[in-house]
Design a protein around this ligand. Structure first.
Ligand code: ATP
Length: 590
């Protein structure tokens, strides 16, 4: 497909705010796409150039892209920057500054009569691969070659792809709806695609397989090394005593719940890769875990699920989560690994010696896990008890709290206690130390807007408009405006922290009622943890909006707890969860 053709679809997607229309446009696009390019088209539509877990880094910020535009147009980089200040976007600046298509720098990058989708992929990969001395120059020239030879409208999206500013407003679930609609007749056929995506985390692979081998091919997509699996999640209950009733198993494993960072480890011989909760590659951040997995896991190939915790072996206590976050860094990694050593607490096995373990029961997975892990100081299985009644669970929970832990995760031992990738179901139930408020758990919400601060808060924000994720519809719906819980320093930092998510109008996929319209908009990017008193019905917020009563759900007395940088907006608390909490509060059960 010509890139110019794809760009016409991008334009249409950008212009619509109707979810159904978006799905129809995507379906038309996917029907037209060939098997060879459909994966690339999916990545581009989401503003990426490869699956999110592949660490493909173009190494080009706005300024370098600006310098490439200047090269293509034969003008001074400062002129480009001035234009960007005026139009607000490098993509739009490229349209205005570069004249008619003209061939340039063909020695570094050339293509046929017109740019194809494959040409663009090839060019972007060449930019990503350029390394070593002189690489910035090479990257600039490759982009300049593409920009100069592209038609004006193509330049906009080319530059936006490179600078990470695509923002078509298409989410992953909408994209899957589009695929279902194109190849399975209707968006209602999305579930098996979603399931395959949970297992392989590569939407391009799902699309390509569907195009090539149909639904049966998609159903055969299985676990593979170095392709992260979406983590299984835990449900919550209003009271500890509810756990045995809900979990659907007489025998329950209660495991220690650590407040660290979820890490999925993939081992292939002596090679090890680590993925975060957001499924990004964090191997380089934890050289110590890599070493421990290599040494302590006896299976030749394995995929483990567990939590990295900063544990002070000398004092026998866990450091708070914030301390572990200091390990999230690009530079001086080994110095920090020595200062804040991490223990990897393993609690599940997803793959071993060439076989997937997803469809095996928890007891079976655990039994194999015990056989392939040689426990040491810095790599150990999560401590647990096997309980058959509430008393045993409560005893273990209290002992965990005394040890400074966050709580417990109870796991079903029934025959069907499979590892359900990406799902939050009743086989796993978490119970955390109460925060001394009425809500048993905090919510992770996405910042979508802000109101200007007044008086003491002039110059920063007075409150943030926060939203939950509606997975079914792939939209973000507001739950509260939150202005408390921040320290003065955190408040002062807010505008800077959120600056790169600012949008000049209500972003696609954000649903805000007229009364809640904020002074400033943000594209869904930043997630924060919020504590609240209770959930009430409200005409102001769109969470779980009921068109009949014209009411949604709102969180009362929200307080900021902390930022959740390890979570993507789609991993925020869902509207369904909030609705369930609301029903529980009213004593209606789930
Ligand atoms: P969630 O991961 O459920 O979206 P969250 O990130 O806010 O929510 P919590 O509510 O604290 O986290 O609980 C679930 C998380 O607890 C898991 O994602 C995992 O990182 C962590 N965890 C710690 N110990 C365990 C354990 N033994 N089994 C499963 N998860 C555990």
């Amino acid at each position: 497909m010509r890139f110019s053709r794809l760009v016409t679809y991008f334009r249409r997607l950008e212009e619509t705010s109707s979810q159904n229309e978006m799905i129809a446009i995507l379906a038309a696009l996917f029907t037209e796409a060939s098997t060879e390019e459909i994966d690339t088209i999916c990545y581009f539509t989401l503003g990426r150039i490869a699956p999110a877990y592949q660490d493909v880094n173009l190494g080009m910020g706005g300024r370098t892209a600006g310098a490439a535009i200047a090269l293509a147009a034969d003008i001074d980089p400062e002129t480009v920057e001035a234009e960007v200040r005026e139009v607000g976007d490098y993509g739009d600046a490229a349209i205005r500054l570069v004249g008619r298509p003209a061939r340039k720098f063909e020695e570094v990058f050339s293509f046929g009569d017109a740019l194809s989708v494959e040409d663009v992929r090839r060019g972007l990969m060449a930019i990503a691969r350029a390394g070593g001395p002189g690489s910035v120059e090479t990257k600039k020239r490759i982009l300049a070659a593409m920009v100069a030879g592209a038609a004006p409208e193509e330049r906009r999206y080319l530059v936006r792809l490179v600078t990470g500013k695509m923002r078509l407003g298409v989410g992953e679930m909408t994209l899957l709806d589009g695929l279902a609609s194109a190849y399975l007749g209707s968006k209602t056929a999305r579930p098996p695609l979603e399931h395959a995506y949970d297992i392989c985390t590569d939407i391009g692979l799902v699309a390509k397989t569907l195009r090539e081998s149909g639904l049966s091919g998609v159903e055969r997509i299985s676990v593979s090394l170095y392709r992260p699996i979406r983590p299984m999640l835990a449900q919550r209950v209003p009271a500890l005593s509810e756990i045995p009733k809900r979990i659907g198993s007489r025998v329950i494993a209660a495991e220690e719940k650590y407040d660290g960072e979820r890490i999925q480890a993939h081992k292939d011989g002596s090679d090890v890769a680590l993925f975060s909760r957001r499924l990004t590659d964090v191997t380089h951040q934890f050289p110590d875990i890599v070493e421990h997995v290599r040494r302590c896991v006896t299976a030749e190939t394995a995929i483990l699920d567990g939590e990295a915790v900063a544990f002070d072996v000398k004092s026998g206590t866990f450091h708070p989560f914030q301390k572990l976050m200091q390990r999230r860094r690009k530079y001086r990694v080994s110095e920090y690994a020595e200062q804040i050593p991490v223990t990897y607490k393993v609690f599940d096995l997803l793959y071993a010696d060439g076989a997937s373990y997803l469809r095996r029961s928890y007891p079976e997975r655990h039994e194999r896990l015990e056989r392939i892990v040689v426990e040491e100081e810095h790599l150990a299985l999560a401590d647990r008890v096997i309980a058959t009644n509430l008393e045993e669970i409560t005893d273990f929970y209290l002992a965990c709290i005394r040890r400074g832990l966050e709580g417990v995760v109870c796991k079903s031992c029934a025959d069907d206690s499979y590892y359900r990738a990406g799902a939050r179901e009743w086989q796993w139930i978490k119970w955390k130390r109460s925060y001394g408020t009425e809500l048993a758990d905090t919510l992770d919400l996405v910042v979508v807007g802000a109101n200007a601060g007044k008086g003491k808060r002039a110059g920063t924000y007075g409150s943030l408009l926060c939203a939950a994720y509606n997975r079914e519809e792939d939209v973000f719906q507001t739950v509260c405006g939150m202005g408390t819980g921040f320290t003065d320093e955190e408040l002062a930092q807010l505008p800077g922290k959120l600056a790169d998510a600012r949008a000049d109008r209500s972003p696609a996929r954000v649903m805000v009622a007229e009364q809640a319209k904020p002074d400033f908009w943000f594209v869904p990017r930043y997630v924060l943890e919020v504590l609240g008193l209770e959930i009430t019905e409200s005409p102001v917020h769109t969470c779980g909006w009921d068109p009949e009563t014209q009411r949604g759900l709102a969180l009362r007395f929200p307080r900021f707890v902390r930022w959740r940088h390890e979570k993507s907006p789609e991993q925020a608390t869902t509207v369904e969860e909030i609705a369930a909490m609301f029903r529980e509060q009213r004593g209606e059960g789930r």
